[in-house]
Design a protein around this ligand. Structure first.
Ligand code: SAT
Ligand code: MN
Length: 590
């Protein structure tokens, strides 16, 4: 099928700048996939894995190109104020001039792949179309897994002809000449110098979050860094939960949660709708409806095992691209936290015999797997209208302070809790790991406009919902006095979800705290775990001085957003510190 004229003109213009040796228009067929894989193997970009893993390949990236580079990521809106204080801003004309210099001739001697793609089910009224130009066959093959790629995009072309122009080149892969630029006013993304997931698969963070957040602001919806999970309580109807966590805080694991034996025996069931991104829209029924714009999982390999995430393990046995994992002599991938211990003779992520001086797999090593491989994929995961959300969760990595679970008083309180979320940094982005930073709605690196306006937009969307989801905070990462995780996590997180869904039904006993309502004693089922009621009580409480300090930090963060931060949200920070003092008094003996 032929591309629309606007695309053909754009590609012709690009050819003169990029000067590729060949142009390949991707059609998305199986024959094409096989040809691209052969080409990638011949050039050493991919290495086939063991025959027991059909259609699976290993890719080793440049060792300096292993994670998102937030300091090299720019929002090139008309004014700096539009990008806000949390984004790097670059004047669009200057960015274009600088990047045009780098793009000029960058594809000499290389093939330019034209990758048309749809974000969202192709028959969804909420779909968005992108066309990515890239000189990386690895990127083209990953886009084929992560999006609906190929001729399907021409068939799903939007009636008004809008599409995101996504321009990508590996350049020379030097971090000195690496830029990931977003032009929200032109619906365009220019990325050069990196082949890494979030920097190079432009449908994902760049389009489905940064550009889409701006489209959502203008069109009345939300583009969020959230998994979508379907949960069916025994004899109950299927409920849907959307949950925001920063990268590497267990989104994929929660999206694929398996009920622990005691809950499975009672009849609890769970299905996966999405593991990373949700597009949320108010429906005609006054509820919030969620679509997963992606078609695959770009999951963190380390820590993934049959114990931690059996569905993910089942999903990655075929048609999967592994990036920067270690390689066993039998041609199977390996990583820290794998089911089996490190095999003898394992090669590390750089392809050298592993000397054990560091991890064998890179801490941000990944698998790219089609969503349809997932044994727990929900039968309606591609429903054009999406699924109606009952509860929104905000979670983070907090060894102290934040309770295992807390229910926001109302939408505004929930927007405050999510909008001032703080979490410890992880290996998903370059920089120091384990540093606490404010990561509003887990969107700090992904919101394409001023965060103050973004919080206001959340309030506006909430105001339009007659039946809004309830909002909760969760924290699976509280530690005990020995620094060990005090909550078992993984499947047992469903116990917390059970209480959350009870609350959504107006049940579930709770008690008031400054963070909102937490489960009352005995309201959270612990049979089958080794968590004692005393441990649970500790997980559900916070020291008043710590809450006051947290309120101050959250308030100070909101101050950095300046005038555009909604007053109602700022008021919540003061309210929290007053509540902490009052609570402290009520707890201390008279
Ligand atoms: O940014 S990526 O999509 O590469 C991974 C992540 O941080 O979620
Ligand atoms: Mn993510």
């Amino acid at each position: 099928m032929e591309a629309p004229l606007a695309v053909r003109h754009w590609i012709a213009d690009l050819q003169t700048v990029l000067q590729p040796a060949h142009v390949h228009w991707c059609d998305g067929s199986d024959a094409e996939r096989e040809a691209l894989e052969r080409e990638a193997v011949a050039s050493g970009v991919l290495q086939p894995l063991a025959a027991s893993l059909p259609g699976c390949f290993l890719h080793r990236s440049h060792p300096d190109d292993v994670a998102r580079t937030e300091h090299l990521t720019f929002i090139c809106s008309a004014t700096k104020e539009d990008a806000g204080p949390t984004n790097n801003w670059w004047a669009p004309d200057e960015a274009r001039a600088k990047l045009t210099e780098l793009f000029r001739g960058s594809m000499k001697g290389r093939t330019m792949y034209v990758v048309p793609f749809v974000m969202g089910p192709p028959d969804s009224p909420f779909r968005k179309i992108g066309v990515q130009v890239t000189d990386s066959v690895y990127v083209a093959l990953n886009m084929r897994i992560m999006t609906r790629m190929g001729d399907v995009a021409w068939r799903a072309w939007l009636p008004d002809g809008t599409f995101t122009r996504c321009l990508h080149s590996l350049g020379d892969l030097s971090p000195e000449r690496r830029y990931i630029c977003h032009f929200p006013d032109d619906n365009a993304i220019w990325s050069i110098g990196s082949g890494y997931g979030g920097n190079a698969l432009l449908g994902k963070k760049c389009l489905a979050l940064r550009i889409a957040s701006v489209l959502g602001r203008d069109e009345g919806w939300l583009a969020e860094h959230m998994l979508i999970l379907a949960v069916q309580p025994p004899e109950g109807r299927v409920r849907y939960v959307a949950a925001a966590f920063p990268s590497q805080c267990g989104k994929t694991n929660l999206a694929m949660v398996v009920p622990p034996p005691e809950l499975a025996a009672k009849g609890w069931k769970c299905w996966t709708v999405g593991d990373d991104i949700a597009w949320l829209r108010p429906g005609p029924d006054g509820r919030l409806w969620a679509v997963n714009p992606e078609a695959g999982f770009f999951g963190v390999a380390p820590g993934t095992s049959h114990k931690s995430n059996p569905s993910a393990m089942d999903s990655i046995q075929r048609d999967t691209i592994y990036t920067n994992v270690a390689l066993a002599p039998d041609g199977t991938p390996w990583w820290e936290g794998h089911d089996s211990p490190a095999p003898d003779g394992v090669l590390d992520w750089r392809g050298r015999p592993w000397d054990k001086s560091g991890p064998a797999a890179h801490p941000n090593s990944r698998f790219t797997a089609p969503a349809r491989n997932c044994p727990t994929i929900a039968p309606n995961w591609e429903a054009p209208q999406g699924v109606p959300i009952d509860a929104i969760l905000f979670g983070a990595r907090r060894p102290t302070v934040m309770p295992l679970v807390n229910e926001a008083r109302d939408w505004t309180h929930g927007v405050f809790l999510g909008g001032t979320l703080a979490s410890e940094t992880t290996a998903a982005a370059t920089g120091k790991v384990g540093v606490l930073r404010q990561d509003p709605m887990a969107m700090l690196p992904f919101c394409g406009y001023h965060l103050g306006d973004y919080l206001q937009h959340w309030l506006d969307v909430g105001a339009g919902l007659t039946n809004p989801p309830r909002i909760f905070g969760v924290n699976w990462f509280r530690t005990d006095e020995n620094g060990k995780f005090a909550w078992p996590g993984f499947g047992d997180n469903l116990r917390v979800l059970a209480w959350i869904l009870d609350r959504c039904d107006g049940n579930g006993a709770g008690r008031e705290t400054p963070w909102g309502v937490v489960p009352a004693e005995g309201a959270l089922a612990l049979e089958g775990t080794n968590v004692t009621p005393a441990t649970l009580a500790r997980l559900l409480t916070s020291d008043t001085a710590e809450i006051e300090a947290e309120a101050a930090t959250r308030g100070a963060f909101l101050d950095t957003l300046g005038e555009r931060c909604p007053r109602e949200i700022k008021a919540e920070a003061s309210r929290l510190s007053v509540a902490a003092v009052a609570w402290g008094k009520s707890l201390s003996p008279a």
